[in-house]
Design a protein around this ligand. Structure first.
Ligand SMILES: C[S@@+](CC[C@H](N)C(=O)[O-])C[C@H]1O[C@@H](n2cnc3c(N)ncnc32)[C@H](O)[C@@H]1O
Length: 231
């Protein structure tokens, strides 16, 4: 290789190997946010800069995004887009909340994103900074929330594979409470303690009194199941 070519390589291909990738990811997502005029992508760039410990690449990977878009679009098609208060339990970094608040089809008074892990609330707030007046992050066990006293318009749990007993959790809610539930058959993942083998098994486990939507979304390694209906 002539010396000239190697000099061009040096000048045009920066080596990031010993630098922090967060800085570059921040620059990139901030630029994409400006280009797309997207408060959601701006929120992502802030998470990358402010919370380098956050596993945001996992929470916002293309499969997670597809599952959340499926939830959002099915909810809009089957139930509509007007909600006073939505609770998203086991909501992790608040990615679904960000997608719902970002979508102009929805008119939502407040989304409360709760999670048992105290490390995730601040990250969810950073992600949802653009909608801070309509978003709240709370550290709480979903089995200890007051569903009867506060009566949210919709309770969302896309983490059903992570909780030990869905039926006893649903039994904490007044009859008629609207819910959106997701689970999957990804038994190989060690943190999944309550996967279901098929959509029928999920329906039987939940025992909802009314179903607006029941469907499955095949992914490469597993299938995700969703129920929208009433307890
Ligand atoms: C890996 S995440 C989310 C996975 C899911 N596919 C999603 O994106 O919605 C599962 C979350 O459930 C939370 N979680 C588990 N048990 C919980 C409980 N009893 N109450 C509230 N959150 C809980 C965990 O802390 C974690 O943030």
């Amino acid at each position: 290789m002539p010396a000239y070519n190697s000099r061009i390589m040096d000048a045009t291909q920066p080596c990031y190997a010993d630098e922090d990738w967060h800085e570059h990811a921040f620059d990139l997502t901030r630029g994409i946010a400006v280009y797309c005029r997207s408060p959601l992508v701006k929120g992502l760039s802030r998470v990358i800069a402010k919370h380098p410990e956050a596993d945001i690449g996992n929470a916002f990977n293309h499969k997670q995004v597809a599952c959340k878009m499926w939830a959002r679009d099915s909810l809009f098609e089957r139930v509509g887009g007007v909600f006073g208060e939505i609770w998203i339990v086991g909501g992790w970094y608040g990615v679904l909340a960000a997608m719902l608040l970002d979508d102009p089809r929805f008119k939502i008074g407040l989304i409360e994103n709760s999670d048992i892990d105290p490390a995730v609330g601040e990250i969810a707030e950073t992600l949802n900074h653009a909608h801070e007046e309509r978003f709240r992050a709370v550290t709480a066990d979903m089995y200890r929330l007051d569903y009867v006293g506060r009566r949210p318009d919709l309770v969302v749990n896309t983490s059903c594979e992570h909780i030990p007993d869905i039926r006893s959790w649903l039994s904490l809610m007044p009859k008629g409470t609207r819910v959106l539930l997701q689970s999957n058959n990804y038994f190989a993942e060690p943190t999944h303690i309550a996967c279901v083998a098929c959509l029928d098994a999920f329906g039987e486990l939940a025992g909802l009194s009314h179903i607006d939507f029941a469907g499955e979304l095949p992914m490469k390694k597993y299938t995700r199941y969703m129920l929208i209906g009433r307890v």
